[in-house]
Each structure stands twice: as structure tokens, then as C-alpha cells.
Design a protein around this ligand. Structure first.
Ligand SMILES: O=C(O)C[C@@](O)(CF)CCOP(=O)(O)OP(=O)(O)O
Length: 325
């Protein structure tokens, strides 16, 4: 009756950030965003709808999950059951293929892989647009992991028109370094961080108003293959996003002192003539967009400064893949 399906989806890092929801239930964002899908960080998720099960079960890296992570998975399973007109419970197994370094597993790849494997396992054959919409309901940034390369999540205004579209395969020599900052403080999740910011920060309106414009400028820079403009727009977006949290009540920041050190080191490399630009998300790690041709030189300098175990590299990743064996 039902067969198990398995999908691999890759992590994406936003160059122009998604930060804030216009609608919490449908995860409609305040602004459009634009990301780069990465090859070396991905999730593989399998789903089997099984009439013998009396409840959904979810295993993450072999550990049975309960609480909020199970609820997020069940939310996507319920949407799939609605669309497929079935009531059957499912077993979900998800594995994160990220270097053991903490804080790199992203809900984006996991939720995108879940949306695709669950819909296939329920007998639905959604196109990429509808897969992106379904993944979005699991986690906003997951809507972008349906595609490889450079991807825009067009904010839309409702469930039907808020989804990602591929912008550029980015097969012209881009790459990204991760500087892994050790984490002392408990991480504020992106979901709760953006909620608090939307509700209390005076800067959120300006964030939303200017970010759609930033997406258009980024698309122009991509079309021109203007790496410098891409890098500058990316740094401004990350800085603007993190500025909004400092205006929240109560103020908070994802930056640790080591994050600032890393940012200043990246900017110092630029003064020395390297093409490298930073970005940051809802955590202290610093990501560095580079040209693949400078990978060795920049990598060596980063490893010397931060230690080889704190530096990871990924080149550009592909669309989601059905890997049902
Ligand atoms: O990725 C970006 O555009 C920027 C961020 O990573 C933060 F810096 C936001 C990711 O938010 P997500 O985890 O998707 O939130 P959800 O919709 O509440 O699940």
C-alpha cells in the first residue's frame, strides 16, 4: 500500500536574510530573501506511512524525538495527510550530514527533505513550487533548499504565492567557509528571535522596507557576476538583521566576542586584497563567501587564525534529490 521514500536536501545560507513573519501560521515572511545552497551540508530524510502505527514517530540521527521537534514534523505530516486524504501515521528518520561541529545542523535542509519524502511516501507528486510551499510550512528557510545554487524566496502574501524560485546555478566558482565560534550561551532559536524582534524592535519596519530592495540589487549583482557587490550587499543584510535584535525589548544579540573578531579578520583580509565577505545567522558562527579560486589562500589564513578544527568549507549544492534506494 505505502512505500518508504528517502530524499536528500542541502543546507542554504541566506545572502539577503529572511527575518520576521507577516503570518505565523502560514509562515509568510515580512520580506523576500535570497540564499546559496551548499553541497557539503545536507540532510537525508525517509518517511514510511504505516497503518500498523498508532502514532507518528520521528528519529533524528538515530535518537527518538519528542516535544517541539516532533510537533514540527507532525505539522508537515498532517499537511501531507490532508492533501493525500489519508489518516495513516508515519515513521520519519532524518540524518544530518554536517561536520560534528555544533550548531551547523539546519532546520532548512531537514524540513525540505521531510516535505519531499513525506509527500512522495503519501503518493503525492508535487512540483517544486508546491514542494517549496510545503517545506515553507515546516520552516521558512526550508522553502529555499528545494533548489540548488542561488535561490530567491519571493515573500508573496499568502500560502499560494509565497515560495522559492531558482535564480542562478552559481556554477561559476563560488564557495563558503564557516568559522565555528564555540558557543557559551544558550542559542535563541531563529523562530523565537524573529518573533521577539517583530513584536518589539523599532527597526523592523525599516528592515522589511529596505530588504525587498536589497534582494533586487542582489539579483542584479548576480546577473552581472559582480562578486564585490554581492559581498557588500550580503554583509549589509546580515548587519542590518543583527541590528534589529539590539533594538528589541529586551535587547539580544547572536554575536559573541569571537564573532566580532572573525568579522574584523574577514574585513582585514579584504584590505589585503582578498575577495571575502562575511554573513551571520541566528548563532555566533561566521560564514565567509569567497571565490573558489582563492579557497586555498583564504583557507590557510583562516586556519592559522582560528585553528583548523574551527574552519569548514563547502562549495555550491544541488536541488533536492529523491534517493529512495
Ligand atoms: O536563513 C535566513 O534567511 C536567516 C535566518 O537563518 C536567521 F538568521 C532565519 C532562518 O529562520 P527559520 O529557521 O527558517 O525560521 P522559521 O521560519 O521560524 O522556521
Amino acid at each position: 500500500m505505502f512505500e518508504k521514500r528517502k530524499v536528500r536536501a542541502h543546507t542554504n545560507i541566506a545572502l539577503i536574510k529572511y527575518w520576521g513573519k507577516a503570518d505565523e501560521e502560514y509562515i509568510i515572511p515580512l520580506n523576500s530573501s535570497l540564499s546559496l545552497t551548499l553541497n557539503d551540508l545536507y540532510a537525508e530524510t525517509s518517511v514510511l506511512f504505516d497503518p500498523a502505527l498508532d502514532q507518528d514517530t520521528f528519529y533524528l540521527d538515530g535518537e527518538k524525538q519528542n516535544g517541539s521537534s516532533l510537533k514540527k514534523v507532525q505539522h508537515v505530516l498532517d499537511l501531507v495527510r490532508q492533501q493525500a486524504d489519508i489518516e495513516v501515521k508515519a515513521r520519519v528518520d532524518s540524518q544530518n550530514f554536517v561536520p560534528t561541529a555544533a550548531g551547523l545542523a539546519s532546520s532548512a535542509s531537514g524540513m525540505a527533505a521531510l516535505a519531499a519524502s513525506a509527500s512522495l511516501a503519501a503518493g503525492l507528486d508535487l512540483d517544486k513550487k508546491d514542494l517549496s510551499r510545503l517545506a515553507r510550512r515546516g520552516s521558512g528557510s526550508a522553502s529555499r533548499s528545494i533548489y540548488g545554487g542561488l535561490v530567491q524566496w519571493q515573500k508573496g502574501s499568502n500560502d499560494a504565492d509565497s515560495y522559492a524560485i531558482p535564480i542562478d546555478p552559481a556554477d561559476w566558482g563560488l564557495g563558503m567557509y564557516f568559522i565555528l565560534i564555540n558557543k557559551e550561551q544558550k542559542k535563541v532559536s531563529s523562530r523565537s528571535g524573529m518573533k521577539q524582534t517583530v513584536e518589539t524592535s523599532p527597526y523592523i519596519e525599516e528592515w522589511a522596507r529596505t530588504t525587498d530592495e536589497d534582494v533586487e540589487k542582489m539579483k542584479e549583482a548576480i546577473a552581472q557576476r559582480d562578486f564585490t557587490q554581492m559581498g557588500l550587499l550580503m554583509e549589509r543584510s546580515a548587519s542590518k538583521m543583527h541590528a534589529t535584535t539590539l533594538g528589541a525589548i529586551e535587547p539580544f544579540t547572536y554575536l559573541l566576542p569571537e564573532s566580532l573578531h572573525a568579522i574584523q579578520f574577514v574585513q582585514a583580509l579584504r584590505q589585503k586584497g582578498f575577495d571575502c565577505y562575511f554573513t551571520m545567522d541566528a548563532g555566533p558562527n561566521v560564514k565567509v563567501l569567497i571565490k573558489e579560486e582563492q579557497k586555498a589562500a583564504i583557507g590557510q589564513l583562516l586556519q592559522e587564525e582560528f585553528g583548523p578544527d574551527k574552519i569548514l568549507y563547502s562549495d555550491v549544492g544541488p536541488d533536492i534529490q529523491d534517493i529512495t534506494n
